[in-house]
Design a protein around this ligand. Structure first.
Ligand SMILES: [Zn+2]
Ligand SMILES: [Zn+2]
Length: 232
């Protein structure tokens, strides 16, 4: 039986269209993540780190997964430095360092000449990246299923302030039949055109002849462009 603490902290593997709709409605303003699916993906990574720190000692499978990696990737190391703590990180990285030393000692054994170049000692993909990718797939699937079933997702997308980033729009389009993706493509194109016009407005108002004009909707469009076209 799974201990109660493990059940409480282990990240959920469910992905519902309601969560996506909520994220479409509530994502914070730029420079935070604006795309609902990016937001849910990031949230999955945060939950994975929190679960790792909370359940490290209790959850054998999780610790085993961790030991097969070489720590976090650069992006998730930064996240862990914000969400983690000294003791948890020390316990986690003693595992990593011990694993490295063991492999390194095996590599130091002399080999017969000529020897093929040694492959770098690297563990499996960052555990957080794995959980993040899993969550991304589940949410994309939930959105695609909703598009097939009804108009709930598409309506929420149209009414949302920021919509989806280009990467997630393209991924979602690839998951649904051509006939179902038309409306989604049109909606994405509408937003991209607005963004293009707002960026052009920033450039126009930087001209000395128009510098006196007050800033409008376009003022944070450069931050939105950075967010919506980032590919991580
Ligand atoms: Zn996105
Ligand atoms: Zn990572």
């Amino acid at each position: 039986m799974v201990p109660e603490t493990v059940m409480r902290h282990r990240p959920t593997l469910e992905a519902s269209v309601e969560e996506i709709i909520e994220a479409l409605r509530d994502v914070p303003a730029a420079p935070s993540t604006l795309c609902a699916l990016c937001y849910l993906k990031n949230r999955a990574a945060e939950r994975a780190i929190k679960a790792l720190y909370t359940e490290l000692v209790n959850d054998y499978d999780l610790r085993l997964r961790w030991r097969q990696t070489h720590g976090f990737c650069q992006r998730h190391s930064e996240l862990a430095s914000r969400l983690g703590d000294p003791l948890g990180t020390a316990i986690l990285y003693i595992d990593v360092v011990e694993g490295f030393l063991k492999k390194d000692a095996a590599e130091l054994r002399p080999r017969r000449w000529p020897a093929t170049p040694r492959a770098p000692i690297l563990g499996k993909t960052c555990l957080c990246c794995e959980d993040e990718a899993g969550a991304e797939k589940r949410y994309l699937k939930a959105a695609a299923a909703s598009m097939h079933r009804d108009h709930i997702f598409l309506e929420a997308l149209k009414q949302s302030k920021y919509g989806l980033c280009v990467k997630h729009s393209a991924l979602l389009c690839s998951l649904v039949p051509e006939s179902e993706s038309v409306e989604l493509r049109e909606e994405n194109r509408r937003r991209v055109i607005i963004l293009r016009d707002q960026l052009a407005e920033i450039v126009r108002k930087s001209d000395y002849r128009f510098q006196h004009e007050s800033r409008g909707e376009e003022k944070d469009s450069w931050l939105r462009a950075l967010q919506m076209y980032s590919t991580i």
